[in-house]
Design a protein around this ligand. Structure first.
Ligand code: AHM
Ligand code: MG
Length: 350
């Protein structure tokens, strides 16, 4: 009997079968309780991403989806309706997970506890529900950032003290980018993998496995509107790239989007300290540490300028850090300026 030959469409079918759920299980290569937990958690994160993507795609057609709430969050920033919607999506989705006892986000001053999950919920989710909020009302790229940590101890006084540890305590981290398509990027410490949402299937399908950031790239990504608020060293770095061929500025106002470009194409993103934000703007536990986890897994680096982001131990839940992240060579170049060892600028340049 002749052996069955799959039709040419089989390639597309094989591709469509590489779903996020399947990939996570393959990554874990075991059916241990922890592997099953992480797989379930990733499934819930994917659901949150789909719910938010669906809401965003219709936001311009709905009343009360866009604009400000009129309140400010713990960081003193004006809150958008979309920030609250997305924050509540994560809470609802993880209430039903059974696995997460605490959620901590940019929008909540203290961790949110789900008491019914706490007897068995061994994990904490840290997240930025809508990263790049200023892009929401103009239909540009935004994202969600997430990080999963194992809860240590009982946390009976609900202080969340055990969260104040370095980035190496993260079990998994990633982001969802809401752009022309919705992309989920994650790492569980075994490489960085990207998935594209196929809305017709309602599934995230594998798009790129074991992503490696190029050692050097053309992009520098920084808000140069802060030029006069920076330290001299950062001003000197931007002067350096202005005077050298091969650099191009790209800045979307959404960290996830700018990071995604650099992850795939190389270069450096920086949000240094400013006069108004002497610690930098971006928050460690749910912005800079998760992206540091990813970039290190992709062969790049993340630094405050003087210390690896992964080594930073926060003293408060919402602590901020300066951030220099991307290709190893480009991060090292920024650090050289910060640490007062800049390369020489050729004489013929102005
Ligand atoms: P958000 O999470 O409140 O939106 O703030 C974080 C955002 C990042 O996505 C982005 O890189 C940065 O803030 C932009 O800030 P700025 O407008 O100061 O350049
Ligand atoms: Mg953010």
């Amino acid at each position: 009997m002749a052996e069955y030959q799959p039709a040419e469409t089989a390639f597309a079918l094989d591709r469509d079968c590489k779903t996020l759920g399947r990939h996570v299980l393959e990554q874990l290569q075991s059916f241990s309780p922890e592997a099953q937990d992480l797989s379930a958690l990733m499934g819930r994160l994917a659901l949150a991403g789909k719910l938010i993507a669906r809401h965003l795609s219709r936001a311009g057609l709905m009343e009360s989806a866009l604009g400000f709430t009129g309140t400010t969050n713990v960081q003193g920033e004006a809150v958008k309706k979309m920030d609250i919607y997305a924050n509540d999506v994560f809470i609802s989705v993880f209430k039903q997970s059974g696995l997460v006892c605490r959620l901590a986000s940019e929008e909540m001053e203290t961790p949110y506890y789900i008491p019914e999950n706490c007897p068995i919920g061994r994990y904490t989710l840290l997240y930025d529900p809508i990263d790049g909020s200023s892009n929401v009302d103009i239909n540009l790229n935004i994202g969600s950032i997430f990080s999963i940590r194992r809860q240590q101890g009982e946390d009976r006084d609900r202080s969340g003290q055990d969260l104040l540890q370095n980035g190496h305590q993260q079990l998994a981290a990633g982001y969802i980018l809401y752009g022309p398509s919705t992309v989920l990027v994650y790492s569980m410490g075994r490489g960085v993998h990207a998935f594209t949402l196929d809305p017709s299937l309602g599934e995230f399908i594998l798009a790129a496995e074991n992503i490696q950031v190029p050692g050097h790239g053309p992009t520098y990504s920084v808000n140069e509107g802060n030029f006069w608020q920076w330290d001299d060293s950062i001003r000197d770095f931007t002067r350096y790239v202005h005077r050298h061929d091969g650099y191009s500025a790209r800045y979307t106002g959404a960290l996830v989007a700018d990071f995604h470009r650099i992850l795939l194409q190389g270069g450096v993103f920086l949000y240094p300290a400013t006069q108004k934000q002497p610690q930098g703007k971006l928050r460690l536990l749910y912005e800079t540490a998760p992206l540091a986890f990813l970039i290190e897994q992709a062969g790049g680096r993340a630094s405050t300028g003087s210390q690896e982001i992964m080594a930073v131990v926060p003293t408060h839940l919402h602590d901020r850090t300066p951030l220099v992240i991307g290709s190893t060579k480009d991060v090292a170049l920024v650090e050289a300026f910060i640490q007062d060892k800049p390369p020489a600028i050729p004489r013929h340049h102005p």
